[in-house]
Design a protein around this ligand. Structure first.
Ligand code: ADP
Ligand code: MG
Length: 472
């Protein structure tokens, strides 16, 4: 059974029913892994994605799957880390397959655009336009790799050749590799940069061999200036392909052309690679990217929020940085999750709320930095919220419900109205009565706070502080 096509037909059914940004955020890098008995197993790249998809879309997916294949009675969701990179052959490039005429700009700015890097159009895998040096946050864990990447992009072929960057999943290897490509092309647009991966390289080589065009395949590499080769570990046990790479390596290296490789292990541990190729990988500089420290994780989060133009309470960012430690990819996912929650709840989650979510997703016993257990408070009426807001801002209740249009009173008043509506779910009429206003004023106030929460950091903090007081 062709699972990829099957998944595509399911996605085609889902796509019109889901907002575009949600669709792209959560279904990029997903795949149908298998069908066992009556169960479709769907793979997601991270815990966060799996959790979100399960919660929000499980039913839709099941319905679509049943319509495609009536034998299917259940859907299960699994995390498959191999899907993370977006180049796994089981995944579908949603931005390409589900391209929309209006997409172009967004697609250019943040998508994975197919960049044709080479004059002859060879081997041009995707260089993600987001993966630039400017977007890469340096830290102790990647200091050497970052410096080497800079040096190699300034003077390709002259310093470290080959450069090998290794480290665990989701730590920034592909990002740095692509950044070298962008940087080289910025410095000299005439350079020919080839970006490839073990998968693509193997596929193209096998295809060329089948058609008796192995020579043409070789020839393609003759003219390039820089070879960027991602995830070389996947060449293990593929002897013919290794030999091919070995020859290309020799040819390019001899001509003083730059080679850069990434790997999940140091070359010495790539035991299933042929000796002569393995030894060549150690000719230049080998450097490791390690797990990011707390400080770097926080910096990366700040960077990503700036890049994506979202504003989150700094406390939330610290909390994420403290608790999501495995990889930068997981950090990004946690951030996407938090932003999505923010859209859904119309206010930002408090630390406690976020903690509860992360606990579930990470299956951790206890999160770090969680406030002591929630105080036993039950707030049920607008009057009680007015009381809390009055305490928080240190303003008299009479002013909050009074007529003054002074800014500080008005803001406190509007926050109290907003929370009465969003958290308590009170009706406009009831709220209006408590504040001695009419309901169009209440509606206007709630809308204003809602809009401000998208951009006003101070306001976000006030609202969250009051929510915290409410035991949330
Ligand atoms: P790897 O190839 O090592 O598995 P990636 O390069 O794909 O990891 O990185 C995973 C995600 O984390 C990417 O979205 C990347 O932009 C981001 N990332 C990793 N390291 C950094 C960093 N130091 N600064 C900014 N973003 C990073
Ligand atoms: Mg990678």
């Amino acid at each position: 059974m062709d699972y990829k096509n099957f998944w595509l037909s399911i996605l085609r059914r889902l796509e019109p029913t889901i907002s575009r940004s949600q669709f792209l955020t959560w279904f990029q890098n997903t795949a149908a892994l298998t069908i066992e008995n009556e169960t479709l197993v769907v793979g997601a790249p991270t815990n966060f994605a799996r959790e979100w998809i399960t919660r929000k879309y499980a039913l839709k997916i099941l319905q679509a799957a049943e319509e495609e294949n009536s034998k299917i009675k259940e859907v299960e969701f699994e995390v498959d880390a191999a899907l993370e990179d977006g180049i796994d052959p089981r995944t579908i490039d949603l931005r390409a397959v589900f391209a929309k005429p209006g997409d172009k700009k967004i697609y250019k700015a943040r998508g994975r655009e197919e960049v044709v890097l080479t004059r002859s159009g060879i081997l041009s895998a995707k260089l993600n336009p987001r993966y630039t040096l400017a977007n890469f946050v340096p830290g102790d864990e990647n200091r050497l790799a970052h410096a080497a990447a800079l040096s190699v992009s300034r003077t390709p072929g002259l310093t470290y050749n080959p450069l090998v960057i290794y480290g665990g999943v989701g730590l920034g290897k592909t990002h740095l590799l692509s950044a070298i490509g962008h940087e080289v092309l910025t410095n000299d647009p005439n350079k020919i940069v080839a970006f490839t991966t073990s998968e693509i390289f193997t596929r193209e080589f096998v295809l060329a061999s089948k058609k008796f065009k192995a020579d043409e395949f070789k020839k393609k590499f003759r003219d390039i200036d820089i070879l960027l080769f991602d995830d070389v570990q996947f060449l293990e046990n593929r002897e013919k392909t290794q030999t091919e790479l070995f020859n290309i390596f020799n040819d390019l290296h001899q001509k003083g052309k730059q080679l850069v490789f990434t790997s999940d292990r140091p070359p010495s541990e790539l035991t299933e690679l042929m000796d002569r190729l393995r030894s060549r990988l150690t000719w230049g500089l080998v450097c490791e990217i390690e797990q990011p420290s707390f400080h770097s994780r926080l910096e990366i989060l700040k960077n990503k929020t700036r890049e994506r133009r979202v504003i989150l309470d700094p406390e939330l960012l610290e909390f994420i940085a403290m608790n999501v430690t495995n990889s930068v990819r997981e950090l990004e996912s946690a951030l996407a999750w938090t932003t999505a929650q923010t859209d859904l709840l119309r206010t930002q989650p408090t630390i406690r709320e976020l903690g509860r979510m992360l606990e579930k997703i990470n299956k951790k016993e206890r999160m770090l930095g969680l406030p002591e257990s929630a105080p036993e408070i039950s707030i049920r009426t607008p009057a009680e919220i007015i009381e809390l807001v009055s305490k928080h801002f240190n303003l008299p209740v009479t002013e909050i419900c009074g007529v003054s249009r002074k800014k500080e009173f008005r803001t406190a008043r509007q926050i109290a109205m907003f929370l009465s509506r969003e958290i308590l779910g009170c009706g406009l009429a009831e709220i209006a009565k408590n504040f001695n206003r009419d309901h169009s004023t209440v509606l206007h106030s709630c809308r204003r706070i809602s809009a401000e929460l998208q951009k006003n950091e101070a306001l976000i903090r006030h609202v969250n502080a009051v929510k915290k007081e409410m035991g949330l």
